[in-house]
Design a binder for this molecule. Structure first.
Ligand code: TYD
Ligand code: MG
Length: 454
């Protein structure tokens, strides 16, 4: 039989029959890599007449005890995991190189080891001495974590079978090399094979396995996306290089809510928990300035207040610039269009910059109204009333739509000393939280009320 070569995208995992410079599925460039041919064994033939073993079926109502969890004591980490670490589970922690994954996981390993879990930390990137030095710097030298510097999947699995640990950390999955797969370490087939073997080890032996994965744009190393569907939990560790905040975000969790965030601060002694992120994100805020608005958001199960900053200035170019940090560029374009079409406020000929302070990324549509307010405030060069928070979704018609968890947003604002809020008139906030509420049905009313123009 002819050997069929296949190609797959290292960013999204889509497969193709021929190479191309750009992935048709995700649009990424230079990310198509050749893959070892798939086995042409039974999967490619028909199942035939041989019978399988019947599977025992059960009812939906069968009683199942909740999985026993181990907490690390790092509250921010435990919450993102859904309330602690679950045995027989596989967790992928993705993030840019240098963002702090190894530091976070070494700290987590130490905590879980101190909580009684037999913990093994396998580093394929650093020598044991380097990991020990880091542990020393973090003040974790005494933690009962077993270290190994290894990259051979076969050796790692043999060791794990013999040691029977409760928690294994593989840093990183891209460095693990499976000798039964005929391609270079870091390629899609290698990463997929290693992740498959390690997750099945977790299921078989009841261990928790954490896989670290680098996300790279170049596509030389397989992105951890191909692993995402194999694991129970996918966490992303993100943050802006220049900021000291780091956010651990769950994007998939079979054992807890997704979209939960944990906030950490980078310090000389490692990552420190930030129990009240709103306080941190608002800490650098000065007196009310044009273009600055406080948005009362919800991240996962928690309210978080952040400052939205806008700058609007006449453009020297023929094409005005629109630049966004921490929010969606498409959504900004939509709000500019709604302001223009429904309220008659043009932004043509003006450069628009939008920044979410503190390096956090906001994806909630509930931030629409805060963004619109920041843009208008910058454009009109007027500050909004101090101690006011804003939230609400804007529809294409210019109507303001109510958003979820309004009461929690208001309560958090109250806790941080805000005295008033601007929000959509629909929906029931379920209480004002002690704030003076200004409620509006559409964007035109908002513009008239807040900026005294129509
Ligand atoms: P590292 O954990 O090695 O990042 P990754 O594993 O994601 O590539 O961290 C990168 C660098 O940042 C490393 O030199 C240590 C430093 N660092 C601190 O000094 N303090 C911190 O709190 C963190 C998270 C990192
Ligand atoms: Mg690392």
């Amino acid at each position: 039989m002819a050997k069929t070569t296949s190609f797959s995208c290292t960013a999204c995992g889509a497969s193709f029959s021929k190479w191309s410079g750009r992935c048709d599925a995700c649009g990424e460039w230079n990310c198509i890599a050749e893959e070892a041919p798939l086995s042409t064994g039974p999967a490619s033939k028909s199942l035939g007449a041989k019978r399988g073993t019947p599977i025992t079926l059960s009812d939906l109502s069968s009683e199942e005890a909740p999985p026993p969890r181990t907490v690390s004591g790092l509250g921010e980490l435990d919450r993102v995991l859904g309330g602690g670490l679950v045995p027989a589970s596989a967790i992928l922690v993705g993030g840019d190189p240098g963002i702090g994954k190894s530091t976070l996981l070494l700290q987590a390993a130490a905590r879980f080891a101190q909580a009684g879990l037999k913990t093994i930390y396998v580093s394929g990137e650093e020598a044991s001495a380097q990991v020990r030095m880091r542990a020393g710097r973090l003040g974790l030298a005494e933690a009962p974590v077993k270290l190994a510097a290894a990259t051979s999947l076969r050796d790692i699995l043999t060791t794990l079978e013999a040691e029977a640990p409760d928690l294994v950390i593989i840093d990183s999955i891209q460095t693990v090399w499976a000798d039964h797969v005929d391609s270079a370490p870091g390629s899609v087939s290698q990463v997929r094979a290693a992740a498959h073997e390690l997750t099945s080890f977790a299921k078989r032996k009841g261990a928790s396995v954490v896989l670290v994965g680098h996300v790279t744009k170049e596509g030389q190393i397989a992105g951890p996306r191909v692993v995402e569907h194999m694991v129970d939990t996918v966490l992303y560790f993100e943050g802006e290089r220049g900021h000291q905040f780091r956010i651990l975000r769950s994007v998939k969790n079979r054992f807890g809510p997704a979209d939960e965030i944990g906030v950490f601060e980078m310090t000389g002694g490692g990552l420190a928990e930030v129990a009240n992120p709103s306080e941190l994100f608002l800490s650098g805020r000065g007196d009310p300035a044009p273009g600055s608005v406080v948005f009362a958001g919800i991240e996962g199960t928690r309210p978080v207040l952040v400052e939205m900053q806008a700058l609007v200035a006449p453009t020297p170019h023929s094409q005005p610039r629109r630049a966004v940090v921490g929010w969606d560029g498409g959504r900004l374009a939509m709000i500019l269009a709604v302001l223009e079409a429904r309220c008659g406020i043009p932004f043509a000929g003006l450069d628009v910059y939008l920044n979410v302070a503190g390096g956090i990324k906001i994806s909630e549509p509930a931030a629409d109204l805060a963004v619109a307010a920041a843009l208008l405030s910058a454009r009109e060069d007027t500050s909004l009333p101090a101690e006011t928070v804003i939230f609400g979704e804007i529809s294409l018609s210019g109507a303001l739509r109510p958003v979820g968890q309004m009461e929690n947003r208001l309560k958090e604002a109250r806790k941080l000393g805000f005295t008033s809020a601007i929000l959509p008139s629909g929906g029931k906030p379920g209480g004002s939280g002690g704030l003076a509420l200004t409620r509006m049905g559409d964007l035109t009313a908002f513009v008239g009320e807040v900026f005294g123009a129509g």
